[in-house]
Design a protein around this ligand. Structure first.
Ligand code: FAD
Ligand code: NAP
Length: 336
């Protein structure tokens, strides 16, 4: 029998350290526990919410739901040929540990995604990305429990509807519980070094995936706040994607605008917008504010409530809208 607890604090389980209580809480350790958890929730008309590492969440004071903390573990080599391996990894594994392990096996492809907090199961949800690589670039398929149909679904990469920091799992929130993912990695190494901080590695003729991994870890440790010391959820807003016309208007007004070509449009650096709006290093009620080394990261050093987090987020959005006539979209999921 699964152990479903009531009134459990979620503060230790979210990287913003927001004080929050789940009315019902259970740790999922085996897939076969799911039917019992679903039956329990249905009998009480409770929504099911899947919790990974809590590093992309803003939690309400009280979450009226059955919160299922995913702790499914396991890594298996499922296919191998001369050049590639396909591995299946359970959703509750820690993402960064998977990256480190894959490189130690001699498999490359995940090195740019080192030190992203959270679980493997959450990686496809917002199609995690960093330094020009997204999990969608390596993902073969997702094995998920469809909570609406009450059956297991195997979704191919295409069926996951991956976009920039988005997927089917984010847009159809709370429908799927991801149990495992399959990734295809390489035995040889083709580095992705086009992002500024990695370009210096291009001169290294013996470059290994381990070197890129080490560099990414070092940059991130220097630039991003460690959530254990300064609670945060990483980038709080998505970089806005704009059309050529909007881009031209902005560039005329702000010649120092930081932007990147993205498909037929442009990606504007949200951190730059917030900085330009004078909010980097500033804070509001409850001490919630924008991190001094990267304005895009919203920090919660006093472990204040979601009200203070949302109030600061609204203030940032309002200032950016006033100054640039651009709307910032919040990246983490908000559980009310
Ligand atoms: P949670 O926060 O627990 O959950 C996030 C969402 O995913 C929720 O909606 C939840 O219901 C859903 N979910 C979680 N697990 C499952 C599952 N098994 N099945 C179905 N739904 C599920 N993100 C990036 O993309 N790139 C970065 O470089 C990056 N850097 C970060 C740096 C810091 C310091 C921090 C704090 C965050 C950063 N993030 C980054 C954001 C975050 O780490 C990722 O989004 C991560 O994938 C979230 O994983 P999690 O397990 O903590 O998910
Ligand atoms: P950064 O290097 O200061 O760059 C600022 C922004 O410019 C980034 O958001 C990035 O977009 C974009 N960018 C930089 N170089 C680019 C290039 N060559 N081509 C296209 N876009 C470029 O960013 P940072 O804050 O230190 O983060 C470094 C990487 O880690 C980024 O990829 C970022 O997404 C990722 N990260 C994500 C989170 C999160 O929570 N989502 C948190 C921390 C770091 P992209 O964001 O599209 O890459």
């Amino acid at each position: 029998m699964v152990d479903i607890k009531q009134n459990v604090s979620l503060q230790p389980f979210n990287s913003l350290a927001i004080p929050s209580v789940a009315t019902h809480f259970v740790e999922l350790t085996q897939e076969r526990e799911l039917p019992e958890i679903i039956a329990y929730s249905q009998a009480r008309q409770l929504a099911l919410r899947v919790l990974g590492g809590g590093s992309n969440l803003v939690l309400a004071d009280r979450v009226e739901a059955c919160v299922v903390r995913n702790t499914l573990l396991g890594r298996t080599l499922v296919e191998e040929d001369l050049d590639t391996v396909t591995i299946e990894v359970a959703a509750g594994e820690t993402w960064h540990d998977l990256v480190a392990w894959s490189i130690a096996q001699g498999w490359s492809g995940l090195e740019n995604l080192a030190l992203i907090p959270g679980t493997v199961g959450a990686a496809p949800v917002q199609n995690i990305g960093a330094y020009g690589v997204e999990v969608a670039d390596r993902l073969v398929s997702v094995r998920a429990f469809d909570l609406q149909r009450e059956e297991v679904s195997n979704l191919s990469n295409v069926e996951c509807l991956f976009e920039y920091r988005n997927s089917l799992f984010k847009s159809d929130e709370n429908r799927y519980l991801i149990c495992s993912i399959r990734l295809k990695l390489h035995k040889s190494f083709s580095p992705m070094l086009h992002y500024g901080p990695l370009q210096a590695l291009k001169t290294n003729i013996d470059l290994r995936a381990q070197d890129v991994f080490d560099r990414v870890v070092a940059i991130r440790q220097a630039k991003l706040p460690n959530p254990d010391r300064i609670p945060n959820a990483g980038s709080f807003f998505k970089n806005p994607m704009v059309t050529g016309a909007v881009f031209q208007r902005l560039q005329l007004q702000f010649p120092d605008l930081v932007f990147f070509r993205a498909g037929s449009g442009y990606k504007i650096a949200a951190g730059w917008l917030i900085d330009k709006a004078g909010l980097r290093g500033q804070s509001g009620a409850g001490g919630v504010g924008c991190y001094s080394k990267q304005a895009l990261v919203l920090i919660n050093p006093q472990r204040s409530s979601s009200r203070d987090v949302v109030a600061w987020s609204d203030r940032v959005r309002h200032r950016v809208e006033q100054l640039f006539d651009l709307t910032l979209e919040v990246e983490p999921r908000i559980w009310t």
